[in-house]
Design a binder for this molecule. Structure first.
Ligand SMILES: *Cc1c(COP(=O)(O)O)cnc(C)c1O
Length: 402
């Protein structure tokens, strides 16, 4: 085969793969937004939609005060660092943010990353080796799975949220030197809150460490929004916390790992996504600091989010939809059937509501749904409009009993 033909077959193969995804209905299109992110967005087709699918839990993504804080930090510290942290990429604002995150989370020290994906990707390999065991919930986030793959420790997987199976895996790992249990604090597809009280008790019984990924919790779970550890009354019993600045805590990007000093210092020396990737932009560091100040002085945003969540959960059930029960602002509205979930999301779009249908392989077969995510920024009027659209689309598609 001629060499240039062989090159062409590579591109042909990719095109076939993409066609395959389209045929199976698994191709993920991207909606293009022409406005700021927020409770309402304007799409590039000029339609205004109530947005029910952002991780904008505290409503800060397009918030005016955030924009000012980012501009102020940019004025003071410039646009970027052109460096990794350990060469010449650390500014006072990065150290202040690490201090503020530690205070907020109730830990000793914190290290910043460009994303939570990097925090999870870079946390295991420097801390654990073949003598150790990582015991991971079966539904943990992709970045945790990838991080564990980069590490030589023995891997144990327990059935999602199943404490009996977690105990069985702890027993199976009994002869390992160090053991760490790893779980999402909140699982984003169902809004399931990890049973951290029970997990910490099991960890104590078997001498294991505990790590939680707080991407869907930091800023609003628990009485003062510190996270799932506050929600479950186990602050101080968690060894490692990873999280994002790209969801509730502002919504731009950036991640962190928080815990005891020795852990964080080791990561600064050895964690590859930290050592070999650029510093967080000062605009993000400065604006994130502002968020933590705001959350420490008032629980207003967190309270508004939970009030909106309770309102929406009650009203959508009242209309006659099946939701996964719970208290988290992730509200899975169950359609069960994949084409139906897509059709429903499309009809809601036409009625002015932005939601996404999720189906296999993102969720288990027969568990197709639209996932609603509430925000502190939603007004009652917007939620009522969205609920009316759900009712109309549900009636049109014959989904409602009443
Ligand atoms: C979103 C998410 C991440 C990745 O966060 P980024 O900061 O966007 O990289 C990691 N873990 C969980 C559980 C998430 O939901």
């Amino acid at each position: 085969m001629a060499l240039d033909t062989r090159r062409e077959t590579f591109y042909e193969q990719l095109a076939q793969g993409l066609d395959g995804l389209r045929e199976q209905g698994l191709f993920k299109p991207e909606r293009v937004i022409a406005s700021r992110q927020g409770a309402e967005v304007v799409c590039d087709d000029c339609r205004t939609l109530i947005n029910l699918c952002a991780n904008n839990y505290l409503g800060l993504s397009g918030d005016e005060a955030m924009v000012s804080a980012a501009v102020d930090a940019t004025e003071k510290y410039g646009y970027g660092l052109s460096s990794v942290r350990f060469i010449c990429g650390t500014q006072t604002v990065h150290k202040e943010l690490e201090r503020a995150l530690s205070d907020f989370l109730g830990t000793e020290d914190t290290i910043l990353y460009a994303a939570a994906f990097d925090a999870n990707g870079g946390v295991f390999e420097p801390l654990f080796d073949e003598q150790d065991a990582i015991i991971s919930d079966a539904l943990n986030h992709a970045s945790i799975i990838d991080g564990i793959r980069l590490c030589k420790a023995a891997r144990y997987r327990y059935q999602h949220n199943d404490m009996a199976d977690l105990e069985a895996q702890l027993q199976a790992a009994a002869d390992k030197r160090h053991k760490i249990i790893v779980t999402d604090g909140v699982f984003s597809m169902d809004g399931t809150i990890a049973q951290l009280d029970k997990i910490c008790d099991l960890a104590d019984r078997y001498g294991a460490l505990v790590m939680i990924d707080e991407c869907h919790a930091s800023g609003f779970m628990g009485k003062t929004g510190r996270g799932t550890h506050e929600h479950h009354g186990v602050m101080g019993r968690i060894d490692i916390i990873t999280g994002t600045l790209g969801k509730a805590l502002g919504g731009a990007m950036g991640g962190f790992t928080s815990g005891r000093k020795a852990v964080i210092q080791t990561l600064r020396q050895k964690s590859r996504p930290y050592l070999f990737s650029n510093s967080l932009a000062p605009a993000i560091a400065g604006a994130s600091l502002d968020v933590l100040r705001r959350l420490s002085s008032s629980t207003e945003l967190r309270d508004r989010l939970h009030a909106n969540t309770a309102y929406f959960r009650a009203a959508i059930s009242e209309i006659g939809f099946t939701i996964k029960p719970g208290t988290h602002p992730v509200v899975p509205v169950m359609l069960f059937d994949a084409p139906l979930a897509q059709k429903f999301a499309q009809r809601l779009y036409e009625l002015g509501v932005l939601v996404t249908g999720f189906f296999y392989p993102v969720v288990p077969m027969g568990q197709a749904r639209v996932r609603v995510q509430l925000s502190a920024a939603h007004t009652r009027e917007q939620l009522d409009k969205a609920l009316a659209a759900f009712r109309q689309a549900g009636q049109e598609l014959g989904l409602l009993k009443n």
